[in-house]
Design a protein around this ligand. Structure first.
Ligand SMILES: [Ca+2]
Length: 452
């Protein structure tokens, strides 16, 4: 089945013009905690997302797109660098937390090469509008990582713990706090205005816009025009405003006659937090009102912070008018693929040792090369949790576990990960544990991350 659909996709490509126009504009719309089942085009019957659905219809939808982590910071590190979080030291606990917290001295190393820096070196003007979460101190802000312009919150919108000494949630422009606490009800609207203004101002040049939305990460907010309007509570309100925002940006491209030469990606950093009655993590009186967990990772098991598919497989769409075929890509694609793909698309030629973990998937998307049979993808979360997808097999492994104690699933036959096949495939499990051991060796191997 998989092969047949893949070939159908490839058959579209024969009539397409060969790959690239020169210097396409690039827009990456990156949601926070949006689950696999949260968009209409991925099966949501609650959240209305007509503009993103249309984008998917006009472009290519990924069925097996994987983030590099089930939480924010490591996932974003991979998007920016093309590396597994472990390679750039963004994989492990941050003073006991899964992600960077306010005022941490850590952040993405300024020496790391980011997609924004490469595009800037190729003549692009670059903007980051939204939640950064790769370090909130001056050496780690977007303006130090290749972005000409920054407007947004530097970390998650729930990081306002008075007990920890967190400052009021800052809204930052370039490297200056312009509002604290940030008015979250209008964040999506203001991000949208900022992006449109940036595109209008820079329409004569190639531009790269990275729009990491604040929502649907909890707590949830939406503008008055969207608040209380969806059939899925505040969660749906925030998603429907993001869909509106996407439409505004696409309309802007049409109005300025830039759509033909603009590549748009829409995706999410990790899975959603669904309302799991068995999960009492962080629950307290009133939690459901303040933090309504209405996300969906269906049809997959698990959630944000887990290596089950629901935590790491995210909705993902790419569209670039006549330059890409329409259809579905069924082969596993990974967050680290964007850096090699986008930079090589605009003519960047890495050295002989680019130290990327991702692959340039452009020839795969355009059908220039056939869909490979298998691919190996590695995860490491919190230092001691590991995952490996090898073809259709997926292993979840905790440090120190014996082969019998691991979880092995056949993703194609059992996408919901209900049948642990480790016990009857111990040889395969041992092999996969061995491969995880090899992947662990890349810890801190980025030659660029030799300073804190
Ligand atoms: Ca997230």
């Amino acid at each position: 089945m998989k092969l047949i659909i893949a070939l159908t996709l490839l058959s579209f490509t024969a009539a397409l013009p060969a790959a690239t126009a020169s210097d396409p504009n690039i827009i990456v719309i990156f949601c926070d905690d949006l689950g696999y089942g949260d968009l209409g085009c991925y099966g949501s019957t609650k959240n209305r997302t007509p503009r993103v659905d249309q984008l998917a219809n006009d472009g290519m939808m990924f069925t097996d797109f994987y983030s590099s982590s089930p939480v924010c910071t490591p996932s974003r590190a991979s998007l920016m660098t093309g590396c597994y979080p472990r390679r750039v030291g963004m994989h492990e606990d941050f003073t006991g937390h899964w992600v960077l917290i306010p005022r941490s001295r850590r952040g993405l190393n300024p020496k790391e090469l980011t997609v924004a820096e490469v595009l800037k070196s190729k003549g692009y003007v670059t903007a980051c509008v939204g939640k950064w979460h790769l370090g909130d101190q001056p050496p780690h802000l977007p303006t130090q990582h290749g972005f000409d312009y920054y407007f947004g919150i530097p970390y998650s919108n729930d990081m306002q713990s008075a007990g920890r000494g967190d400052p009021p949630l800052p809204l930052v422009k370039q490297s200056r706090v312009i509002e604290a606490p940030a008015d979250q009800t209008t964040l999506t609207k203001r991000y949208t205005e900022q992006v449109i203004s940036f595109i209008e101002d820079n329409q004569a040049k190639p531009f790269f816009v990275y729009l990491p939305h604040t929502f649907p990460h909890l707590p949830l907010f939406a503008s008055p025009e969207f608040s209380g309007k969806s059939a899925n509570g505040r969660y749906g309100d925030s998603i429907e405003e993001i869909d509106w925002s996407t439409g505004q940006i696409l309309d802007c491209l049409d109005r300025l006659k830039l759509a033909e030469n603009t590549l748009v990606i829409f995706t999410s950093d990790n899975g959603a937090i669904p309302n799991d009655p068995l999960d009492d993590t962080d629950k307290y009186p009133g939690w459901q009102e303040e933090m309504p967990r209405l996300g969906s990772n269906l049809p997959f098991r698990g959630k944000k912070s887990q290596l089950y598919e629901g935590g790491i497989r995210t909705p993902s769409v790419i569209s670039w008018q006549s330059h890409l075929p329409k259809g579905k890509m069924l082969h596993p694609i990974h967050m680290t693929d964007w850096m090699p793909t986008l930079t090589q698309l605009v003519g960047y030629r890495p050295g002989s040792d680019p130290q990327w973990d991702g692959q340039n998937i452009w020839p795969l998307l355009t059908g220039e090369v056939p869909v490979p049979e298998e691919r190996s993808i590695f995860w490491n979360f919190r230092g001691s949790s590991f995952g490996l997808r090898n073809g259709d097999w997926k292993l979840i492994y905790e440090e120190g576990q014996s082969a019998e104690e691991t979880e092995l699933f056949h993703i194609d036959r059992d996408p919901y990960e209900t049948r642990n096949l480790a016990g009857e495939n111990l040889g395969r499990v041992e092999e996969m544990i061995g491969e995880i051991g090899e992947q662990r060796k890349l810890d801190g191997t980025s030659k660029r991350s030799d300073v804190p």
